[in-house]
Design a protein around this ligand. Structure first.
Ligand code: NDP
Length: 242
């Protein structure tokens, strides 16, 4: 039997790219979303539509979903993974940075929900997988706005899960600890970046999660029977203390 379409945002690197590879290996057609189209296409996955969409652009996201569903049929899962982490002290950070985090991590994620939810409710089938963070459950130094955006992801995901339960649609929250990806690279404060790298090297002996570790958890949660909802997965390197 043909496997249903899976949509992944932020698939051009890190967790999203690893998740795309896993779902593809499991036989699913894919719609991959990010701004760097060349990086999506470089994955060279079969039955895969790649679209350069900024998830802040709701109309473009809705259009890409419609285009993919016209080719591969209805989407059965959305991995709402695209996000940015711009660490800083609030009294020093450019407000543009916290606006950008809320626009992408929270409003962009809701754009993804919006693009898929109507069809899933109508079909009484589907899974929304929202990538939050351990920083969606507890605080960390220099993380004020990022923590705020990820607490929002946890809160809205749990409320959405309750709302969609009667419609047989699942909502899964994935909360990883530190993962080796490009995420830290967008923080502009060099001192904070150095401290973060030192925390990984010294406190964790340089052993953090890989993107593949997190992708494995995402695909496992999806592959449970539809009547089983893995509400939340919190995973971190064994050596990660906070
Ligand atoms: P990466 O920086 O490697 O990946 C982020 C992805 O998001 C990229 O594909 C990027 O693509 C995409 N993205 C960013 N902004 C937009 C946008 N406006 N529109 C569309 N796509 C966008 O980091 P990770 O893989 O680590 O991050 C994935 C998720 O995991 C994030 O939500 C992050 O908060 C979360 N997370 C990461 C942890 C970590 O330690 N790495 C820990 C806990 C959670 P492009 O730039 O091409 O648009």
């Amino acid at each position: 039997m043909n496997k249903p379409l899976i949509i992944i945002t932020g698939a051009s690197s890190g967790i999203g790219a690893a998740t795309a590879q896993r779902f593809s290996a499991a036989g699913h057609p894919l719609l991959l979303i990010a701004r760097r189209l060349d990086r999506l296409e470089a994955l060279a996955l079969p039955d895969c539509l790649c679209r350069a969409v900024d998830i802040r652009d709701r109309a473009a996201l809705v259009a890409a979903v419609a285009e993919a569903e016209a080719v591969y049929g209805p989407a059965d899962a959305l991995v709402n993974n695209a996000g940015v982490m711009l660490l800083g002290q609030m009294h020093e950070q450019d407000p543009e940075q916290w606006e950008r985090m809320f626009d992408i991590n929270v409003k962009g994620l809701l754009n993804g929900v919006h693009a898929l939810i109507g069809g899933m409710v109508e079909r009484r089938h589907g899974t929304l997988i929202n990538v939050s963070s351990v920083a969606g459950r507890k605080t960390f130094p220099n993380h004020v706005a990022y923590v705020g955006s990820k607490f929002a992801v946890h809160g809205l995901s749990e409320n959405l899960r309750e709302e969609l339960a009667p419609h047989n649609v699942r909502v899964v929250t994935i909360a990883p600890g530190a993962v080796e990806t490009e995420l830290l690279g967008h923080t502009t404060d060099e001192g904070i970046k150095r401290d973060y790298e030192a925390w990984k090297a010294n406190d964790m002996g340089g052993v953090v999660l890989s993107a593949e570790d997190v992708a494995g958890a995402i695909v496992w949660a999806y592959q449970q029977p539809q009547q089983v909802c893995i509400r939340e997965i919190v995973l971190a390197a064994t050596a990660q203390q906070p």
